[in-house]
Design a protein around this ligand. Structure first.
Ligand SMILES: [Zn+2]
Length: 423
């Protein structure tokens, strides 16, 4: 999960404007659930499986899952799901691992998701080192620990023989990170699919941040191409790098004002490449651009400013050239995560808030970019809850995870799931 600044204040003020049902009702429901013998049995099972969970965590992390190469980890997770006896296990066309436990009515389904992919390329050393309760390895928190939480849910529900009204799906999904572009969850919600009716995604480290809104992002690869040439003898021919430089300046000129009003929005040129040598006019200049907002309309405005800036740079660079073929421009979409404001009054959100409070946490609704983006954008209730323990240095080689109060997250997720699926 990319950690983005809270827009809690904006969310809370919009929540005040919405009809938010009395919290008491949900708190009572969670208290009632917690008092059930079977739920207490499940809680005891979570405590008892602590060492097992650590062993699972290490095995998962040490099975690499680079972007688009999640198969090996997927097979491992499928095998682990099968061992829990929780339900029918399958792997879908894109590599999502799904454990499905039938509910009494089967009219609805609630999915708990944890992404199995990492940001780390093939060949990254993923050996885990341990110092006390702290484990270090790339991907250990984000999101191997999230996957372990799913296994804990499976084992706890199985140990306490818990039945629910709705079907429960535990999904180790592919493609959350970077250019994976949510392809796992997009597949679950593809057109015509019998998709889940509610989604609890497990990702992120801070249990007090309940993600209820989706920061959307549009990403593009922009390429200016031309004839290239010699820096001296072909001087006057259009220069792709110069066009790209103008494009960035125009982007600032046109998109910055959009970001200075309304709900938070952003844009950034993240990567630039191209060129042959210092004394050559390049054939090609490329950049990758990311833009974001929690508000779909704001995101569309930033996008429109971006598109216009790219075209304007092309026109000006070609107009000022005195020789050579004109430049061409391609703007290729390389990522789209839909934005959504979410609905704080949705029972799922209220169940999750009440479950976190019952664990002594003061949760704050937040906006972020997670697997919940997709269902939220389709109007399907979704939240993202933290994975438990303390994660540090996500997306870095020195990433670490500390086993501290970890069971709280598992219990909160279990309570949310059971409340939503109908115990
Ligand atoms: Zn993540």
């Amino acid at each position: 999960m990319r950690m983005l600044p809270l827009i809690a204040a904006a969310l809370l003020s919009s929540a005040a404007a919405q009809e938010v049902p009395a919290e008491d009702h949900y708190a009572e429901e969670i208290a009632r659930l917690t008092g059930e013998d079977a739920v207490q049995e499940a809680f005891a099972a979570i405590d008892a499986m602590r060492e097992r969970s650590i062993a699972d965590l290490i095995e998962i992390v040490e099975t690499p899952a680079p972007p688009f190469k999640e198969e090996a980890r997927g097979e491992l997770v499928a095998r682990m799901f099968e061992e829990t006896g929780f339900g029918d296990v399958s792997v879908d066309e894109v590599g999502n691992v799904i454990a499905r436990r039938e509910g009494r009515s089967g009219e609805r389904s609630v999915a708990v998701l944890a992404h199995i992919d990492t940001v780390f390329p093939e060949g990254t050393d993923v050996t885990v080192t341990r110092e006390g309760n702290t484990f270090t390895a790339p991907g250990i928190g984000d999101n191997a620990r999230g996957v372990v939480l799913l296994l804990e849910l499976a084992r706890a529900i199985e140990a306490a023989d818990i039945e629910t009204e709705a079907d429960i799906l535990l999904v180790g999904n592919v493609g959350e990170e970077g250019l994976g572009d949510l392809r796992g969850v997009k597949h679950l919600f593809r057109e015509g699919a019998d998709h889940p009716d509610a989604v609890l995604a497990i990702d992120g480290s801070d249990l007090s941040r309940l993600v209820t809104a989706a920061v959307g992002s549009n990403r593009y690869r922009v390429t200016y191409k031309g004839p290239g040439g010699h820096s001296w003898s072909d001087f006057g021919a259009p220069n792709p790098h110069h066009a790209l430089g103008r494009a960035i300046a125009y982007l600032d000129e046109m998109a910055l004002p959009v970001t200075q009003e309304g709900p938070k929005s952003s844009y950034s040129v993240g990567r630039i490449s191209g060129g042959t040598s210092v004394n050559s006019i390049p054939f090609e200049s490329t950049m990758e651009v990311d833009m974001r907002s929690g508000d779909p309309e704001r995101l569309a405005l930033v996008d429109a400013a971006f598109q216009e800036a790219m075209e304007r740079a092309l026109e000006v660079e070609n107009r000022e050239a005195t020789q050579g073929e004109p430049l061409t421009l391609t703007v290729e979409p390389i990522g789209k995560r839909p934005a959504a404001k979410g609905d704080l009054s949705a029972p799922l959100v209220q169940h999750a808030l009440a479950a976190l409070r019952s664990e002594g946490i003061q949760p704050t609704p937040a906006a972020s970019s997670t697997d919940a983006n997709l269902p939220l954008s389709l109007g399907v209730p979704a939240v993202t809850m933290a994975r438990g323990g303390i994660s540090e240095g996500a997306h870095s080689a020195a990433e670490s995870w500390t086993d501290e109060d970890t069971a709280r997250a598992t219990r909160a997720a279990l309570l949310t799931l059971l409340a939503e699926a109908g115990y």
